[in-house]
Design a protein around this ligand. Structure first.
Ligand code: SAM
Length: 223
């Protein structure tokens, strides 16, 4: 079991569910970029890890030079790895990897409204459905009409938590564009499109509490 979020990323080398989840997330990022109008595409990624979802997609996407954005990650080693990848991909002028608190609204100042909001590996690390509702309810502060939100949610003990996420989204101005389970059948990945007008981004507001810990993860409980 991983002792920290840096070690947690090693699971990508062995865990089929996490590998399949990454593949679907990249497909959704790819399609969201494809669906964006010509010009700059703004992306934010909260709790970004080492950014492999976005950066892996951009490696071969023909519109990679249009994608500007900010990835926010608390673990300094992961953030540094992400920065190194950005630099070696030649994307330093358009992407910044911030070592900071993704739960605080101020981390997004200057980077939103975003066309694509990546919230992967977060929903399974919230304490309750009320906290999930709070986070999804705060997404319009990062969004504008037409923004995409891409998310993941693992199932535990046969409970299809991703259905709860889809249900919460149904009561909002986000419309489901696509949803898939991994072939392993116990990890949901979704992409929603925001139909509202967006909300102003407040300063220094807690958008959600990330309360998960990495050592709870055996291969059966991935976020
Ligand atoms: C389950 S991992 C997901 C990483 C990445 N999004 C992915 O899907 O591969 C959760 C990540 O959230 C980060 N994290 C936890 N609390 C955070 C916070 N308050 N602000 C930014 N990142 C945070 C962890 O360090 C960890 O890298």
């Amino acid at each position: 079991m991983p002792n920290n979020w840096y070690e947690w990323h090693d699971l990508y080398n062995s865990d089929a569910r996490l590998q399949q989840r990454l593949q679907i997330v990249r497909e959704y990022i790819w399609s969201a970029i494809d669906a964006s109008p010509p010009g700059i595409i703004r992306v934010v990624s909260a709790c970004a890890g080492d950014g492999r979802d976005l950066l892996g997609t951009l490696a071969s996407h023909p519109r990679k030079s249009d994608v500007h954005g900010r990835l926010v990650e608390l673990n300094p080693e992961l953030a540094q790895q992400g920065r190194d990848k950005i630099e070696s991909a030649g994307l330093s002028q358009q992407l910044e990897f911030v070592n900071g608190d993704a739960t605080n609204s101020s981390s997004y100042i200057g980077a939103v409204p975003a066309d694509i909001i990546i919230v992967c590996g977060i929903f399974g690390n919230l304490a309750s459905e009320a906290e999930l509702k709070r986070l999804i309810g705060n997404l319009p502060k990062l969004a504008k009409k037409g923004s995409f939100a891409i998310w993941t949610r693992g199932h535990t003990d046969g409970i299809a938590h991703s259905e709860t996420v889809r249900k919460v989204f149904r009561d909002t101005e986000f419309k489901e564009v696509n949803f898939q389970l991994t072939l392993t059948g116990d990890m949901g990945v979704g992409i929603h499109r925001y139909l509202g007008q967006g909300l102003p981004l407040p300063q220094n507001q807690q958008l959600f509490v990330f309360s998960g810990v990495p050592d709870k993860y055996k291969s059966a409980t991935l976020a």
